[in-house]
Design a protein around this ligand. Structure first.
Ligand code: PRP
Length: 233
C-alpha cells in the first residue's frame, strides 16, 4: 500500500491518503479543458497544434505549489536546528520547473543539488531501467534531504532515487511530488508532499516532455495524437 500526504491541507495526521489500487479506483477526475486561444498563442506555433486538453491549469498549479511550499516550510522549521540547512534534490530534467517555483516559496534555509537520471528516453513508456546520468556532488550524510519530482508514474524513478539517496545516510529523506499518475504504480512509495492525482494519460508541460519538447508550458496538458513522432514505415 502506498500512502501520501496531501499538502493542500495543513494537519498531516488528518490528510494521510490511501493510494492503494482499491482507494485509487474511487478517485474521479474533472474533465480537462481545451486550451484557449490565449493559452495557445503563448507557445510556438509548431507546438500549439498538438496541445490537447489542459488537466492542470497554470493557476491551479501555482496555488498548489504555494500550499506545498507552506507545508514544507512549516515542517522543516520544526526539524532543522539553527545551524542546519535543508538539501533540496530535484530530479532532472522533469522536476526543474516545479522545483524552481516550489523553492522560491520556501521560508526555511536550503541549498540545491540535482539528481540527473532518466528512464524514458524518447518514448512514452518507461524503459523500466533508471540510468544515473551524473552523480550528486553534495555530501548528504547526516543532513535533512527533500527529493523533488514532477511526476510519479510507475514509481521506478522515485524508488531508485530513494534508495540512492538513503545509501548516503541522510538524517532524514522526504519525497515531494507534484503529480501521481492514477493506477500506474509498480512500487509502494510514501509521498510526504503531494500535489495532484493525474489521470492515466500521457501528459506534457510544467517540466514534462515528449521527446524533450514542451517542458516549459506553464500548465499540464495532454499531447494530441498528431504530436507523436511518426515512425518510419
Ligand atoms: C519522468 C519524470 C519522472 C519519471 C517518472 O522522467 O520526470 O522522473 O519519468 O516515471 P516513473 O515513475 O515511471 O519512473 P524521465 O525519465 O522521462 O526523464 P526526464 O525527467 O529527463 O524527462
Amino acid at each position: 500500500m502506498s500512502v501520501a500526504v496531501d499538502a493542500s491541507t495543513q494537519a498531516k495526521e488528518q490528510t494521510t491518503k490511501d493510494l492503494s489500487v482499491q482507494a485509487e479506483s474511487k478517485i474521479s477526475f474533472a474533465p480537462g479543458v481545451e486550451p484557449t486561444k490565449e493559452e495557445l498563442d503563448r507557445v510556438c506555433t509548431q507546438w500549439n497544434q498538438h496541445l490537447g486538453e489542459i488537466l492542470f491549469s497554470e493557476s491551479a498549479i501555482q496555488q498548489k505549489v504555494k500550499e506545498m511550499a507552506a507545508q514544507i516550510s512549516k515542517d522543516y522549521a520544526a526539524i532543522l536546528k539553527p545551524d542546519e540547512v535543508l538539501v533540496c534534490v530535484p530530479v532532472l530534467k522533469g522536476a526543474f520547473v516545479f522545483a524552481a517555483d516550489l523553492l522560491r516559496h520556501l521560508t526555511i534555509p536550503y541549498e540545491i543539488d540535482f539528481l540527473n537520471v532518466s528512464s524514458y528516453g524518447a518514448g512514452t513508456e518507461t524503459s523500466g531501467e533508471v540510468t544515473l546520468l551524473s552523480p550528486l556532488r553534495t555530501p548528504l550524510k547526516g543532513r535533512h534531504v527533500l527529493l523533488i519530482e514532477d511526476l510519479m508514474d510507475t514509481g521506478l524513478t522515485l524508488a531508485w532515487a530513494d534508495k540512492y539517496l538513503k545509501a548516503q545516510e541522510p538524517a532524514s529523506l522526504r519525497l515531494g511530488v507534484l503529480l501521481h499518475k492514477h493506477g500506474r504504480a509498480r512500487v509502494n512509495m510514501t509521498l510526504d508532499y503531494f500535489g495532484f492525482h493525474c489521470p492515466n494519460k500521457f501528459v506534457i508541460g510544467y517540466g514534462m516532455d515528449y521527446a524533450q519538447q514542451y517542458r516549459c508550458l506553464p500548465y499540464v496538458c495532454v499531447l494530441k495524437p498528431s504530436g507523436y513522432a511518426k515512425k518510419a514505415e
